[in-house]
Design a protein around this ligand. Structure first.
Ligand SMILES: C[S@@+](CC[C@H](N)C(=O)[O-])C[C@H]1O[C@@H](n2cnc3c(N)ncnc32)[C@H](O)[C@@H]1O
Length: 268
């Protein structure tokens, strides 16, 4: 089945009223601090929050930078971000309506799993200035051994998800889009599966199917995710990967290089 942008926007319009309470990571200040550490915002910076949703990431930057712009597909999500932004743009991330090199920092948390890849990451790198930072943050499987079970859980919880990641995938996407100086961190978020699956957009049947994956999970999965069960409720230690990269400064043009060489020759 092909998942369209309309499907994604419909899914998130259902989730919009309760989105901020749907996961403990949404408002986790330690995860937010780690994102800020990688983004390195400065007072004079222009910052773009891609897939800004209700503005949970935008709020981290609000009041700290010169200009804060949010982009999202889903109006019902993004209208909650608007009060925290200087400007809100409803647009697909794959076609950002900004000139090249407009921003000092571009961030995208829990967005690229719904996007055309690698195009969306290439767009983020296009609109950041040389020397600027791009930071992507996503839930990932711990490694190849838990991916089948974990991706099944993620697929059940969000039927419009198109991509599933291993920890190295995010840095690879940034490098392939032209970033260097990449840096990856990880963060573990403790989630109550019953709260996390009650996202306002899936039926009880899917929530029960998620519980069943936990009930029958392999020992390896249970151990990697430190799964705990009490009274039929599960908790999972979910892995976030935060990857940051820098857009390289352009090298000298061939004519600048030859001028430079002739200056060096002249100086002897
Ligand atoms: C899981 S929410 C993340 C929201 C926010 N970044 C956060 O960390 O809380 C995903 C958001 O991505 C948006 N989104 C999905 N696909 C998109 C696309 N192709 N272009 C722009 N936004 C998109 C959805 O509308 C939704 O608001």
């Amino acid at each position: 089945m092909t998942i369209s942008r309309k499907d994604v926007a419909e899914h998130f319009s259902l989730r919009a009223p309760t989105y901020d309470r749907s996961s403990s990571w949404c408002t986790d200040t330690d995860l937010g601090d780690l994102l800020l550490e990688l983004a390195r915002p400065e007072r004079h910076h222009r910052v773009l929050d891609v897939a800004c949703g209700t503005g949970l990431v935008s709020r981290l930057f609000s009041g700290r930078v010169a200009e804060l712009v949010g982009v999202d597909l889903t109006e019902e999500m993004a209208e909650q971000a608007a009060p925290h932004l200087d400007r809100l743009v409803i647009s697909p991330a794959e076609h950002l309506p900004f000139e090249d090199s407009t921003f000092d920092v571009v961030v995208c948390r829990q967005g690229i799993q719904f996007m055309d890849l690698p195009d969306a990451v290439a767009e983020m790198v296009r609109v950041v200035r040389p020397g600027g930072r791009v930071v992507v943050v996503n839930l990932c499987a711990y490694d190849k051994t838990d991916r089948e079970e974990y991706f099944e859980i993620l697929r059940l919880r969000n039927p419009v998800r198109r991509h599933f990641f291993l920890p190295s995938d995010l840095e690879d996407l940034l490098r392939k889009a032209g970033c260097d100086g990449t840096d990856t961190r990880s963060y573990v978020s403790l989630e109550d599966v019953d709260i996390w699956s009650d996202n306002g957009a899936i039926e009880e049947g899917r929530r029960e199917a998620i519980r069943e994956v936990y009930r029958t999970a392999s020992l390896n999965f249970r151990s990697l995710h430190a799964v705990r069960e009490a009274d039929g409720r599960f908790t999972d230690h979910m892995l976030f990967v935060l990857a940051a990269g820098t857009k390289p400064e352009p090298g000298p043009t061939p004519s600048e290089e030859s001028n430079d060489a002739s200056v060096r020759r002249t100086r002897g």
